[in-house]
Design a protein around this ligand. Structure first.
Ligand code: NAD
Length: 472
């Protein structure tokens, strides 16, 4: 939980300034890149199920319009405030630049704990929030495109889409007003797991780099690595799933109410079902309870994945972190003070603004699908299958040998939507990791991956501004 004096935005800007001084851009350009362009703070009333009226506090921040539309999730949390939404919107601009997704950054937040509201109340709040955005021209497929974030998911996105569609009849690309929708409402297959899968791809790429792994004295690859995950929500659950499926051991999972540990590894789906049933992650069969959940962050492990909220690793607990790699699946989990301590301890921190970009990358694919009005794979799947079958039959005929049934099915298979989405995400994460590592190694003054990522983002955004002729 953020302390009152904590400013997430100050932390983001501190990291920005540290990187900016390593670039040659004009001071004015840097100031423009850093500034949040538009902040919409709203209050609106809703009638609760018990008949009382409650005033809801909400925000939408558009950090940058250097590319259109702006893009960023909507958070439902009792800790939402303007500073937090501005920080998250800023990170979105840098994130999109790093992974070459042609959007400006934005973010939204509604200051509620969704657990305290009925589904009907949540629907009313989401729909009213959407109509406020429409009134002020703060949403639209070419303007600003929200997505899920902490406390929201497919359900809220389909309410947003439906509200937009009903208030903008006849707008042919209206479904592109929001991403993270259910597949039945214009969503794309592969969006739900995208952020977690992107985290996995990003960390796997780092673990395959001899120059990085030699420094932290870890063997190459994911297999056998001990992983601790904080937060068993959308991002944490899928991150844990992909690590486990690739033979890493998820030795601890931490939630709100406590954490659990098992040196032989935990299965996230079983833990998720246990938590659903008992309303707590604790007392999972075969695991040891850790009652103070924050202690899980300090466990001996190879990879630590904070996937809950910001400011969970700071000057106070960073000295006790024992992981060799910290993968920021959440936005802003480590403060700049923690970064300095990591640098001294030789811990590699893989930064949020690129590591958790899987969500926005696949949201970009969803938006393109909505604009093109065609499912990925529809045009090429059958053609590819026929071609593959023909090539295989020629090879078998010429060689006089037959491949196994398993291989035949694998070779025949034409791409489904989910195959293309996962492969586009893998390509994006691998390319971005290499780009950041190249920037890191190109300048000895860059001491960590976050600074390298910021330098890369600043260079790309500044170049766009100059190319647009905004700064002649
Ligand atoms: P979520 O609401 O699905 O899950 C978050 C989980 O964290 C919840 O289960 C919650 O109980 C748990 N949690 C909260 N405080 C905790 C604490 N102190 N210790 C342990 N667990 C705690 O949210 P999400 O979508 O998974 O988002 C998590 C983080 O990832 C956020 O920082 C978000 O901004 C970031 N992120 C999300 C996406 C996305 O596609 N959903 C994309 C990029 C970044």
């Amino acid at each position: 939980m953020p302390a009152p004096e904590y400013s997430f935005l100050d932390d983001v800007n501190k990291s920005f300034d540290k990187a900016a001084q390593l670039t040659n851009w004009d001071k004015g350009i840097l100031q423009q890149i850093k500034a949040c362009n538009s902040v919409y703070r709203m209050r609106f009333p809703i009638k609760r199920d018990n008949g009382t009226i409650e005033v809801i506090e909400a925000y939408r921040v558009q950090h940058s319009q250097h590319k259109s539309p702006c893009k960023g999730g909507i958070r439902f949390s009792e800790f939402v405030n303007q500073d937090e939404v501005m920080a998250l919107a800023s990170l979105m601009t840098y994130k999109c630049a790093i992974v070459n997704v042609p959007f400006g950054g934005a973010k939204g937040g509604i200051k509620i704990n969704p657990k305290n509201y009925s589904v009907y109340e949540l629907e009313k709040i989401t729909r009213r929030y959407t109509s406020e955005l429409i009134k002020k021209n703060f949403i639209g497929p070419g303007i600003d495109v929200p997505a899920p974030d902490y406390g929201t998911g497919e359900k809220e996105m389909s309410w947003i889409a439906d509200t937009y569609l009903s208030l903008r009849p006849g707008e042919i690309d209206a479904l592109g007003c929001v991403t993270g929708k259910p597949v039945s409402q214009g969503g794309v297959r592969g969006r739900k797991e995208a952020t977690g899968l992107g985290v996995f791809f990003g960390i796997r790429e780092v673990c395959n780099m001899p120059e990085v792994m030699d420094k932290i004295k870890l063997p190459l690859g994911i297999e056998g690595k001990k992983v601790v995950v904080q937060g068993l929500g959308n991002v944490g659950y899928h991150t844990a799933k992909f690590f486990r499926e690739h033979d890493a051991k998820v030795i601890a999972l931490a939630e709100y109410e406590g954490a659990i540990y098992n040196a032989d590894g935990l299965n996230e789906e079983d833990v998720f079902q246990h938590r659903n049933k008992t309303k707590s992650i604790l007392n999972f069969p075969g695991a040891t309870n850790i009652t103070n959940t924050a202690d899980a962050l300090e466990l001996e492990c190879d990879i630590l994945i904070p996937a809950a909220l910001e400011n969970v690793i700071n000057a106070e607990n960073a000295p006790r972190i024992k992981a060799k790699i910290v993968g920021e699946a959440a936005n802003g989990p480590c403060t700049p003070d923690a970064d300095e301590i990591f640098a001294k301890k030789g811990i590699v921190c893989v930064p949020d603004m690129y590591l958790n970009a899987g969500g926005v990358t696949v949201s970009y694919f969803e938006w393109l699908k909505n604009l093109s009005h065609v499912r990925y794979g529809r045009l090429e799947k059958r053609f590819t299958e026929n071609l593959n079958a023909h090539i295989l039959s020629q090879i078998e005929e010429l060689s006089g040998k037959k491949v196994s049934e398993l291989e035949r099915n694998f070779i025949h298979h034409g791409p489904e939507e989910v195959d293309l989405v996962h492969s586009g995400l893998e390509e994006t994460m691998i390319t971005s990791t290499r780009e950041i590592i190249d920037v890191w190694h190109s300048n000895p003054a860059i001491t960590d991956m976050r600074t390298a990522a910021f330098v890369s983002a600043i260079n790309k955004v500044a170049t766009t501004y100059v190319e647009l002729g905004i700064f002649p």
